[in-house]
Design a protein around this ligand. Structure first.
Ligand code: ADP
Ligand code: MG
Ligand code: MG
Length: 919
């Protein structure tokens, strides 16, 4: 027995787990669907190699090593070293060069690659393996000293930054390597990096090393092995750097996923004018148009294109520059789109006219592009309609509904010569805000409630937080695939990139525009049109989107609205798929009109108290509250009756027979009275009573805990005449509409029920009034009586309640408050850190249903409710009804409908379809 155990232990320890997966040169260890293990980059490199595309060979160290690294105080699994060594030997054989060889060295890149793409988040090192000896070998091998020293200086600066941590230390400081490079160019009287010769570049290598020694107190490691392990450690280490953590927070990527490391043999775009590097999208990521879209730079390496060092050329120009590589690239574009059936984002390098593929991934795109591509690909028969639905995140629709600049105001701005310049239209939409010049300020100002436009020469991953806080992002350098453009598209931010006329001075916190006299300072107003790339001085007001103009304002014909057409197509597919019905929360006839325009199938929540704030209604409402006797109260209620009736009639007419759920009075009464003396005096005067009486009543209504106080059905039980008036108004309106031949089916909803008796008492009032009105008016109409399930006792006793209720509507705002014991109005101070720092809840429970707690109560209520009343209609009317994840949960529970604000109805329709597809 003991021996068998020992043998088993020995066997497992002998057979160490596999940590390394090779790609290229005949090896196909990985696949695209192995992203969890290999990271996105590694998995797709393997997939491209499988497809026979020209991928420089290399190997991926799996994400399991990262997990191990953090689980074991930043150390590697013991078997890793030997496996890396073996992989390196294989790579040397495949390439025919040896790592560290002084005559013909193998150079590699060390690249991070997480499971979910984190553009620019993690650090990559190129040309690793160079030192003062191997650089001589590289010169011999290439016959090109300039190229060799260019590679070397790049390596030293990348290594110095990423591994040895030589970075700017304050927000105004520039990158120290960049400063030395600029200084060298100044000394030599040149403007471009490419104009520096081998000598100058060689000097830079020494200067960079000296800089590292001086600022970091360490020698640059000359031993390639040491370089390799340093780089691998830095990649794993970068998983926990602040900007990567911020990015994961913003994108809800779990910390536990870890990154992989890719070690790949180098190819060189910096070998001269017949070499180069570029990035491309197989379609336009801003508009979705089916055109090859990208940028390249000749005689350049790595990030040069995206870092905005020189302004890159559009991909179409590559045909002229290098027809062979261009033709090859077009072929790759086709192969990748057919294979992945997706828009792909690719990185390539041309080394002496030969094309190499270095990366591909599914391309990030704007909401506009996402929808256009999905609809187009259905037409091209690349994907099914279901797949199209799976690909559109419901939230993306909100970008389509977002306002754009008011045309007249924009024209006026142009006339007033406020059009400052034009850049690239990198992130569509309209943004107005005040200028800030760095990310930290953007966050500070935004926290103070100031809308800001973040203006940078170029952005880098450190700026993520600021970009998130800003209304819009403006950069002077960089193309459509620059960091700013990429991140803005993903965040759905307005962005104008590569606006070259801008002259930005970070230290002075000001900028000028070439050819103009004004100086723009921090705090000045600026407006960006991310759809046209224009930037304007001052504020410009916005106007509704195309979809809203077609559907709501009816000021635009569908034929003239291409974006609307895409929206309509997608919605049609969604409606065919979804099982959940979608209603809107609407309190007034005009809101109902909007809701219908967005496709609502009914009203899920009409809050009657919102009506009381309308013109001429608040005074009688106050009379009701101030009444001292039931007679007085009835008299005041009689004044409200016709006003409410008119509102309901309007709603019923607009909704034309669709279900309308009307909630009886819910909020505590003191909400209708002013709390300040002046306001109270005014009321007293207008009602002809003494100010003391008003003050006394306000005092009497005061509650320590209004959320749990005299509100909801409690009001109607203590003062049944209030419920009586409200349902009379509803039924009289129904009768009037019915008489005009319009179908109507009101659903009377009693709020805050925790005990069946509460509902029974209110239902008696409702039925009595309904019968009376039918008799008086001589018409019959159908109606339902139901309740909100919004306190735990209601959910737990749903079987009893369902014996009276014909429907339940989950009021998840209050249900969340009462289940969690958290008052939403007081939660600000702890709930944000609860979610972002402590990860107690995965998301704000007031935004997205807390499934484990609130969700469980909902499940119980559904099950128990259906047990006594299998026909009980189930819906949700809390704000969660417009949250895609919560809609998914409602689908799972088998609710009949969700209800949300009119503008979120399209989002809920799509979310419901995706839930039905299991997306
Ligand atoms: P990121 O994840 O930030 O995109 P990458 O690992 O893709 O970083 O690398 C940064 C740049 O270096 C990219 O432009 C990439 O194409 C280039 N690069 C990476 N590895 C190699 C290589 N082996 N040969 C040539 N260029 C490379
Ligand atoms: Mg990359
Ligand atoms: Mg409520």
């Amino acid at each position: 027995m003991a021996r068998a155990k020992a043998r088993a232990v020995r066997r497992t320890s002998r057979r160490a787990p596999r940590y390394i997966y090779a790609f290229g040169a005949g090896r196909k260890d990985g696949r695209a669907d192995m992203k969890a293990l290999l990271g996105g980059k590694g998995a797709n490199l393997a997939e491209m190699a499988r497809l026979g595309l020209p991928v420089p060979p290399g190997f991926t160290i799996s994400t399991e090593v990262c997990t191990h690294y953090y689980a074991h105080r930043r150390s590697y699994p013991p078997a890793l070293r030997a496996q890396v060594k073996a992989a390196l030997r294989w790579l040397e054989k495949a390439i025919g060069r040896r790592f560290g060889d002084t005559t013909d060295p193998l150079l590699v890149s060390v690249r991070s690659g997480a499971r979910a793409s984190m553009p620019g988040m993690m650090d990559t090192i190129l040309n690793l393996g160079l030192n003062d000896q191997t650089v001589a070998g590289l010169i011999r091998q290439s016959g090109n000293a300039r190229f060799a020293y260019d590679s070397y200086r790049r390596f030293v600066s990348m290594y110095g930054d990423v591994v040895l941590g030589l970075k700017p230390e304050t927000r105004d400081e520039e990158d120290p390597f960049e400063v030395a490079l600029q200084e060298k160019k100044r000394q030599r009287g040149v403007t471009l990096d490419t104009e520096l010769d081998a000598d100058a570049l060689g000097e830079l290598v020494d200067e960079f090393k000296a800089l590292i020694k001086m600022r970091k107190g360490v020698d640059f490691p000359e031993d390639p092995e040491e370089q390799l392990w340093g780089a691998v450690g830095a990649v794993f280490g970068s998983w926990m750097n602040p900007r990567a953590i911020t990015y994961r927070k913003l994108n809800r990527i779990p910390d536990g996923w870890g990154t992989a490391v890719n070690v790949q043999s180098m190819v060189f775009g910096n070998m001269g004018t017949d070499s180069g590097t570029g990035v491309a999208f197989t379609r336009d990521p801003a508009t979705g148009a089916n055109v090859f879209y990208g940028e390249f730079l000749m005689n350049a390496q790595g990030e040069d294109v995206v870092a905005g060092i020189r302004t890159p050329l559009p991909i179409a120009d590559l045909e002229r520059e290098n027809p062979k590589a261009f033709a090859e690239l077009c072929k790759v574009r086709r192969i990748l789109e057919r294979h992945y059936r997706e828009v792909m984002d690719i990185e390539f390098t041309i080394q002496e006219r030969t094309l190499y593929m270095l990366q591909c991934r599914v391309g990030k795109r704007t909401a506009f592009a996402a929808i256009k591509v999905a609809v187009d690909m259905v037409k091209e028969r690349l994907i099914s309609t279901d797949e199209a639905l799976r690909r559109i995140e419901p939230e993306q629709l909100s970008q389509l509904l977002r306002p754009v600049f008011n045309t007249a105001e924009k024209e006026r701005a142009v006339k007033e010569r406020r059009l400052l310049a034009r850049g690239l239209n990198a992130g569509p939409g309209a943004a107005t805000g005040r200028i800030v010049f760095n990310a930290e300020d953007a966050v500070d100002w935004a926290t103070r409630g100031e809308p800001v436009v973040l203006v940078r020469i170029e952005t880098s991953p450190e700026d993520i937080g600021g970009m998130h806080a800003a209304e819009g992002i403006l950069t002077a350098r960089g193309g459509m695939t620059s960091h700013a453009a990429l991140v803005a598209r993903q965040m759905g931010k307005v962005c104008v990139a590569g606006c070259e006329p801008l002259q930005i001075d970070y230290r002075a916190r000001e900028m000028r525009v070439a050819g103009r006299s004004e100086v723009l300072r921090e705090g000045d107003w600026l407006s960006l049109d991310g759809s046209s790339g224009e930037i304007f001085l001052g504020e410009i007001h916005t106007t509704p989107s195309e979809v809203v103009r077609v559907l709501v304002d009816e000021s635009l014909a569908p034929k003239q609205a291409p974006i609307y057409q895409l929206y309509a197509q997608l919605m049609q597919w969604a409606d065919k798929r979804r099982r959940l019905r979608v209603r809107a929360n609407a309190d007034q006839p005009d809101q109902c009109t909007n809701a219908l325009a967005f496709g609502a199938e009914g009203v899920g929540l009409c809050r009657t108290e919102h009506m009381f704030f309308g013109e001429g209604k608040i005074e009688p409402m106050r009379e009701v509250i101030l009444a001292e006797t039931t007679e007085e109260r009835r008299a005041a209620l009689a004044k409200l009756l016709p006003l409410q009736r008119a509102d309901f009639e309007g709603i019923f007419r607009v909704m034309g027979g669709r279900p309308v759920t009307i909630r009886t009075l819910d909020p505590p009464l003191h909400e209708f009275l002013p709390h300040d003396e002046a306001g109270q005096r005014e009321i007293a005067q207008s009602l002809g009573i003494s100010p003391e009486r008003v003050r006394a009543r306000v005092g009497a209504l005061h509650e320590l805990n209004p959320m749990l106080g005299f509100r909801g059905c409690r009001l109607g039980i203590i003062h049944p005449e209030i419920t009586e008036m409200q349902v009379r108004a509803i039924f009289e309106a129904a009768a009037a509409v019915r008489k005009d031949g319009i179908a109507v089916e009101p659903e009377i909803m009693i709020p805050l029920v925790g005990h069946v008796k509460e509902l029974t008492l209110q239902a008696e009032v409702v039925r009595r009034v309904a019968a009376a009105v039918m008799q008086e008016r001589g018409v019959r109409f159908r109606y339902l009586i139901g309740t909100m399930i919004e306190i735990p006792r209601g959910a737990l006793t749903a079987d009893e309640i369902a014996s009276v209720a014909e429907f339940f509507s989950f009021g998840t705002n209050d249900l969340t408050q009462t289940t969690l014991g958290v008052s939403r109005d007081d939660a600000g101070r702890f709930l944000v850190p609860y979610v972002t720092d402590f990860e107690i809840y995965p998301r704000d429970p007031f935004e997205s249903i807390d499934r484990a707690g609130v969700g469980q109560l909902m499940r119980i209520a559904c099950e128990r409710g259906r047990k006594t009343n299998p026909k009980v209609k189930l819906g949700i009317c809390g704000e969660h009804g417009g949250d895609p994840a919560s809609v998914g949960f409602c689908h799972e529970l088998g609710l009949d409908y969700v209800s949300c604000s009119p503008f979120r109805v399209p989002i809920a329709r799509l979310a419901a379809a995706r839930a039905a597809l299991g997306a």
